[in-house]
Design a protein around this ligand. Structure first.
Ligand SMILES: Cc1ncc(COP(=O)(O)O)c(C=O)c1O
Length: 410
């Protein structure tokens, strides 16, 4: 939750029936806010290249559909609240494949990574407790914090070092008596940064020093190019403090299946999470079963997907070099990058680009990065690019961006 916005709303004098303050303070998605303009533009015959959204364009592996066709169930019944036994075993095998050793009882299957994050916040925080995040951050963290009634306390990162973490002392300045946890996303959305083991170690030290939980969103685990993403589970010294948040969505191209997981060695955390799980009864059983073959032998399915995104990452980095005035870096993972544009107001530029600009009847849709910051007036000249197009389309999109920047009057 953006604290400034929340306080502003609380001060409003209201009369009559009213929705909640937190509902009013909920931010609309910055990723989708220009989408309706893009649709209108398409109706006018302009081709729009979407660099704004992280919806994978690749096919879901056939194994998923085969598993669904092979199901022979008399009834689609509620699954156990923690997950179907064979699906839990598959998750355990998946984690073991990544050298993360967990028992089935230390895993709960969730409706996407989204529910895992909400459950984790609810399990460790009381109302108005604070959670440290690093901005720019995945914008839905705002919504999750709002649902869980907790406050996000952002630590600002800088494009100048590729959005890597600041010193332990700098992060420590943000710890207050209300702080309950640190929430990281590694590999990162929206920056594509992969934190080194030493960086995560800083957070581990802070969690030990200040009695905090470390919540780690690892939904992009495999998307770490030429490196292995450090997991929160790599640190036995914080066994009781670490909570792993995960999802099948991106790595298997199954965003609509809505299957994720939360895992922790902390029994109390898992018991609490189980109670939240019981309150929503269960996760879709067909999708849990459909993903079992993929979780049992993940590499064969993730490898081609990761290789394709690696090629795209390289193409984007090459293309960006050809655009004068752009500030960028090499994102070590995920399929996003936040870049600085040579404009005063990236929001205005992005709107102009989709509303007015065209090059040979084509234009580009970007996500202005200010929506990924909680601190007002941050990231005002930055945009996030998502690599959801094939390499030739990415190259063409960046050419359009270059031409647009040449034409745009700041
Ligand atoms: C960083 C991050 N975490 C969590 C999620 C949630 O994913 P899902 O609920 O589809 O598993 C996303 C989706 O884009 C994400 O980018």
């Amino acid at each position: 939750m953006n604290t400034a916005k929340m306080d502003e709303i609380i001060e409003e004098v209201e009369t009559g029936v009213s929705i909640s303050h937190r509902a009013k303070a909920m931010q609309a998605s910055p990723i989708r806010k220009l989408a309706s303009i893009a649709e209108a533009r398409k109706k006018k015959g302009i081709k729009v290249y979407h660099l704004n959204i992280g919806q994978p364009d690749l096919h879901t592996p056939d194994a998923v559909f085969e598993a669904i066709r092979g199901l022979d169930l008399p009834t689609i019944a509620y699954a156990p609240s923690n997950g179907l036994p064979q699906a839990l075993t598959a998750w355990k095998n998946y984690f073991a494949h990544h050298s993360i050793q967990l028992d089935e009882k230390e895993i709960i299957i969730t409706t996407g990574g989204s529910e895992a994050i909400i459950f984790a916040l609810c399990a460790v925080c009381d109302t108005d407790d604070e959670v440290i995040v690093f901005e720019p951050f995945y914008t839905n963290y705002n919504g999750f914090a709002s649902i869980a009634n907790v406050r996000l306390r952002p630590v600002k990162l800088s494009i100048s070092n590729g959005f890597h973490l600041p010193s332990l002392e700098e992060i420590e300045r943000h710890v207050t008596s209300k702080t309950k946890a640190i929430l990281i996303c590694n590999p990162n959305n929206p920056t594509g940064t992969v934190y080194s083991r030493e960086e995560v170690q800083r957070l581990v030290t802070l969690c030990q020093r200040h009695n905090l939980f470390l919540l780690s969103d690892e939904v992009y685990r495999e998307f770490a190019y030429n490196t292995r993403a450090t997991s929160v589970m790599d640190f036995p010294e914080i066994r009781d403090r670490s909570i792993l948040l995960d999802s099948c969505s991106k790595r298997f191209n199954v965003c609509g299946a809505r299957i994720g997981a939360i895992a922790s060695h902390n029994e109390e955390v898992m018991q609490a999470t189980f109670k939240f799980g019981m309150a929503r009864l269960s996760v879709a059983s067909i999708e849990q079963l459909a993903l079992v073959p993929l979780l049992n032998s993940p590499e064969q399915y993730t490898q081609p997907i990761v290789e394709e995104f690696h090629r795209r990452r390289d193409a984007v980095c090459e293309g960006l070099k050809k655009i004068p005035g752009v500030t960028s870096y090499i994102p070590e993972g995920a399929f996003y990058i936040v870049i600085g544009l040579p404009v005063r107001d990236a929001d205005h530029f992005s709107r102009w680009l989709i509303e007015e600009f065209e090059d040979k009847k084509e234009t580009v849709l970007l996500a202005p990065a200010n929506g990924f910051y909680a601190t007002p007036n941050s990231g005002t000249n930055e945009v996030r690019l998502a690599f959801m197009l094939n390499v030739p389309d990415l190259q063409r999109s960046l050419e359009i961006l270059r031409r647009a920047l040449e034409t745009y009057k700041n």
